[in-house]
Design a protein. Structure first.
Length: 267
């Protein structure tokens, strides 16, 4: 599943009721992830609720994202009341960008798209600031609230760690250089990547070219080819594995041409 959303700014006015836009300046040092807690709401609904006269909560955030769009409702350099930990200078409210991921239609796959969009959005925000995934926080980290709740269905926060891993992969893609991949003399349509001076190639495409079988161990988050586990990274839904490691595991000869950014594998 690929990211598919628009980004718009629709800031709530200063003076919005219940101090939802306190207009206090902020120099953010982290990004905090939430679920909306509303299984029927969209990003537009969440934005509208902030200025709805019947809303009496002192709560706000910076961005709401769903399966179609992300809406920035407060400037990212202003305080929002989203972390539930007060207003001390080091609180999440005073130091963190709050992102609400909409829960709409979990069973129908709409939430899966919202989650993919959130991965892309968060990776962009981190990249723009020169941050890594160590800057990510759960609402839970600030106040102990079980939020983002859909990332803790198993009580072990497995969904959270998967989310962080996906963001890490998307973040790495910003620093990638595309690589031509040749298998047994034939160039593949899919390209590899050069990340941190290490060549990664698309596992599924190579397996198909070799007539090999690939697998995925959901528990250990490991890909395999012909039953041999291969450490890799997932970027935008595609598993990439280190070229030389793959060659060693399947007994193939690999070559790297730095002048043309071409990775060759023969077996």
């Amino acid at each position: 599943m690929q990211p598919n959303y628009t980004y718009q700014k629709d800031h709530i006015p200063r003076g919005t009721g219940y101090n939802r836009r306190p207009a206090l300046s902020m120099e953010p040092t982290s990004i905090t992830i939430h679920n909306t807690g509303n299984p029927t709401s969209t990003a537009a609904n969440e934005r509208a609720w902030l200025t709805n006269p019947s809303n009496t909560r002192i709560a706000s955030y910076h961005i709401a994202v769903d399966a179609k769009e992300a809406i920035e409702v407060l400037p990212l350099n202003e305080v929002a009341w989203h972390a539930g930990d007060g207003s001390k200078p080091t609180s999440g409210n005073r130091t963190s960008i709050g992102i609400e991921i909409c829960e709409r239609d979990v069973s129908l796959g709409e939430y899966a798209q919202a989650l993919t969009n959130a991965v892309d959005l968060v990776a962009k925000l981190l990249h723009e600031r020169g941050w890594g995934v160590d800057r990510l926080r759960r609402h839970y980290d600030w106040s102990g609230k079980q939020c983002p709740r859909l990332m803790n269905i198993d009580g072990k926060w497995s969904g959270w760690y998967q989310f962080v891993q996906r963001v890490q992969g998307a973040l790495q893609a910003y620093d990638k250089k595309l690589v031509k991949v040749v298998v047994n003399g034939k160039q593949l349509a899919e390209q590899g990547m050069l990340i941190d001076n290490r060549t990664y190639v698309p596992l599924r495409a190579i397996a198909k070219a070799l007539g090999a079988k690939i697998g995925w161990d959901q528990q250990n988050k490991e890909a395999s080819i012909n039953g041999v586990a291969i450490d890799g990274i997932v970027i935008s839904g595609t598993t990439y594995v280190p070229l030389r490691l793959l060659g060693e595991e399947i007994g193939a000869t690999v070559r790297w041409d730095p002048s043309s950014y071409t990775a060759s594998l023969n077996k």
